[in-house]
Design a protein around this ligand. Structure first.
Ligand SMILES: [Mg+2]
Ligand SMILES: [Zn+2]
Length: 182
């Protein structure tokens, strides 16, 4: 009797698109070790401008970050939240904001998970929640595992050097993406 309801929701309209941002080395300074203290969390100069650029072009701005330091007991989820609020405050001061943050708290020392990049579950979850058209979206990261995670999810990758100026590269990638997926 209720069988017809089984199929409700299977056909979804993918109305949104996103720029997925890796965190360390892209939005805040990669210090070559886990960022455990708020004073070590340094927002990079053009990060807020890049978030604004993404949103001005109609993309959601979503952070996708491995934070295995939580599993290792180096910092807590509450500490992580305070780091992310520091980043969000920098964006708000610039007149923009990050739409959501996804972090994997796991570390291989405690076992395998599906969210830690180069796996793609964080991207998949965000895509499902926000009805994101992954083929019209982009992930910017500073390591190959970011790009691998993106490719597994069917999202294009933009690889940059850690802690580098990235605004123009992102601007060009967005221009290309919009041309190809129009
Ligand atoms: Mg990184
Ligand atoms: Zn995980």
């Amino acid at each position: 009797m209720q069988n017809s309801t089984y199929f409700v929701g299977l056909k979804t309209d993918l109305t949104q698109k996103a720029i997925f941002f890796d965190r360390d080395g892209v939005l805040n300074r990669e210090i070559g070790d886990y960022v455990c203290r708020i004073d070590d969390f340094e927002v990079l100069p053009d990060s807020a401008a890049c978030i604004k650029l993404a949103r001005d072009h109609g993309f959601l701005a979503i952070v996708i970050t491995n934070q295995g330091g939580i599993d290792k007991g180096l910092y807590s989820a509450a500490d992580l939240h305070s780091f992310h609020m520091k980043l969000q405050d920098a964006c708000i001061a610039f007149g923009t904001e990050i739409d959501d943050f996804y972090h994997c708290p796991h570390h291989p020392i405690k076992g395998h998970c599906l969210c830690r990049k180069p796996d793609s579950l964080m991207i998949e979850k965000a895509a499902a929640k926000y009805k994101i058209d992954k083929s019209a979206s982009l992930m910017i990261g500073d390591t190959f595992r970011d790009i691998e995670a993106a490719e597994k999810a069917g999202v294009r990758g933009l690889l940059i050097q850690p802690n580098s100026e990235k605004f123009r590269l992102l601007e060009e990638a967005i221009r290309q993406l919009k041309t190809e997926t129009r």
